[in-house]
Design a protein around this ligand. Structure first.
Ligand SMILES: Nc1nc2c(ncn2[C@@H]2O[C@H](COP(=O)(O)OP(=O)(O)OP(=O)(O)O)[C@@H](O)[C@H]2O)c(=O)[nH]1
Ligand SMILES: [Mg+2]
Length: 471
């Protein structure tokens, strides 16, 4: 008798506290950043993650789900009123509608809030009712992280570094000619500045299409509503002496500084500094297909991207973060459904090797890191095919360009990642004798069972690493 009334009292006490104390204390928020270079699979990842967190039938590796503690999940208005909402419904209907297709390329940062009702586990499980936990997912281009390096450089330094780096790239030939011909000490005039900026932007676009990843300033490729504004109307020029007033050089310098102050810094302050958990998506298969130069370039871009997670290197950023750290970082190779599962461990090993430098440093900053290969939306099925007496592990899907069904053998990834990364580091032109094919598949038409999200590979493992410990 006494015991039960005591227990009642206790439960009621907890409820009263829950009602009276502010939401902030009792409704924890996890801010998950999703980034990656262009076309790495960010939009598909977020869409499928959210769909699979709403309908959790395929999320068996998410421990809270396994334990039956997630009692509800629902979308809510996001907390940031000026950030575009991630267009979940449109992307989901593109992927899972009657004529499935991949979503359009994204142009800006966006955000979505998903909330859970979770029954606490462990000691508190019997005492408390379900808790509300909010997951704010923020999608932003990895190129924007590369811009961090600009903060440490003057216009003259940035110009010199950029011009040296692109000197031998055929994509840059036209721009380099006009940059060398520019009259730096001549009076600034807008058409000249615009022509130079346009030439530089054309180079960046061509370089990115050909597999270069070091395409900064990041906003030149994704201008959004800044298109045509002065902060994006500058270019690296062969500077030899300090600038004088009213010259082209002085105006370029001023705009470069404005880009840092009004584009780069606000992004780090308003978005990056608030992230708790981060996933970095990497289209490693796409780079391998493009060849050794693309792989090496991606490795370097990854190391640069990860510099942002090691804030000690940058005085401005460390002051901004004031010791706050991203707690967990997941490196995920996307589009693993292009490979038969027997090859997935090799893809993961390549990913681990590709991001090793970066990961070692992030570990040093006490963030927990992990690597895996996943497919956000599985577009293929697996089959073994006999070819000249050998059994080849293939994947089958609908080809994006022709709409025809085809089985495809992508080639065998090496067991030892250094067989790819070393030639890439040493500047090899192609993979000696090996050819890694890559097919673009369309998303497959789906018939989903009630309670099931879209099919994926290891998305649940990714979710467990990223947020599982907080549910
Ligand atoms: N087979 C397969 N293809 C995928 C998967 N995820 C992404 N893709 C392919 O990769 C392309 C890019 O995916 P997005 O999610 O739009 O990539 P993103 O990083 O948001 O791209 P941007 O917004 O342009 O930077 C898609 O159009 C698909 O062709 C996947 O899980 N499986
Ligand atoms: Mg996108």
């Amino acid at each position: 008798m006494v015991i039960s009334s005591l227990a009642d009292h206790l439960v009621r006490g907890v409820e009263t506290i829950g009602d009276s104390v502010s939401e902030a204390l009792f409704e924890p928020v996890i801010r998950l950043g999703v980034t990656g270079l262009a076309r790495s699979g960010k939009t598909v990842f977020i869409t499928s993650l959210v769909a699979n967190l709403l309908d959790r039938g395929r999320m068996t590796s998410l421990v809270a789900q396994q334990e039956g503690r997630i009692t509800a999940a629902y979308l809510q208005p996001q907390p940031d009123d000026t950030v575009p909402r991630f267009d979940y419904e449109a992307h989901l209907s593109a992927l899972t509608g009657p004529a499935p297709h991949w979503p359009d390329s994204t142009r800006a940062v966006s955000e979505l809030r998903l909330s859970f009702k979770v029954q606490p586990g462990g000691l508190l499980s019997g005492l408390q009712g379900p808790r509300t936990i909010h997951l704010d997912i923020v999608d932003y281009p990895g190129e924007w992280l590369l811009d961090l390096a600009l903060l440490d450089k003057s216009y003259a330094q940035w110009s010199a570094d950029t011009l040296t780096r692109i000197e031998n790239r055929p994509q840059a030939a036209a721009f380099l000619t006009s940059a060398r011909g520019a009259d730096l000490s001549g009076a600034h005039d807008e058409p000249t500045a615009q022509a130079l900026a346009r030439g530089f932007t054309d180079y960046l676009n061509a370089a990115r299409d050909d597999g270069f990843y070091d395409c900064t300033p990041g906003r030149f490729l994704l201008p959004g509503d800044l298109a045509g504004s002065p902060v994006l109307t500058f270019a690296p020029l062969p500077v030899t002496e300090p600038s004088r007033r009213r010259t082209l050089q002085r105006e370029m310098e001023r705009r470069y500084e404005a880009y840092k102050a009004q584009v780069v810094k606000p992004f780090f302050r308003d978005h990056f500094a608030r992230i708790d958990r981060q996933v970095v998506l990497i289209d490693a298969l796409g780079a391998i297909h493009k060849g050794p130069q693309a792989v090496e370039d991606m490795r370097r871009a990854m190391a640069d991207i990860l510099a942002a997670f090691r804030p000690g290197r940058n005085a401005w950023l460390s002051q901004l973060l004031l010791g706050k750290r991203v707690e967990r970082i997941l490196f995920a190779a996307t589009k693993a459904d292009h490979l038969h599962h027997t090859q997935h461990p090799r893809l993961t090993a390549i990913m681990e090797a590709l991001t090793r430098d970066a990961r070692d440093r992030a570990d040093f900053a006490r963030a927990e890191t992990a690597a895996l290969s996943l497919a956000s939306l599985r577009a293929t099925t697996e089959e073994m095919r006999n070819h000249n007496g050998a059994e080849l592990p293939c994947v089958r899907g609908t080809l994006l360009d022709s709409g025809k069904q085809a089985a495809f053998y992508p080639g065998e990834l090496p067991e030892d990642p250094s067989h790819l990364l070393n030639p890439a580091r040493n500047g090899a032109e192609d993979w000696l004798g090996e050819d890694y094919g890559f097919m673009a598949f369309a998303p497959a038409p789906l018939t989903l069972q009630p309670g099931d999200g879209p099919p994926h590979i290891r998305l649940d493992r990714a979710a467990q690493f990223l947020i599982g410990d907080r549910l």
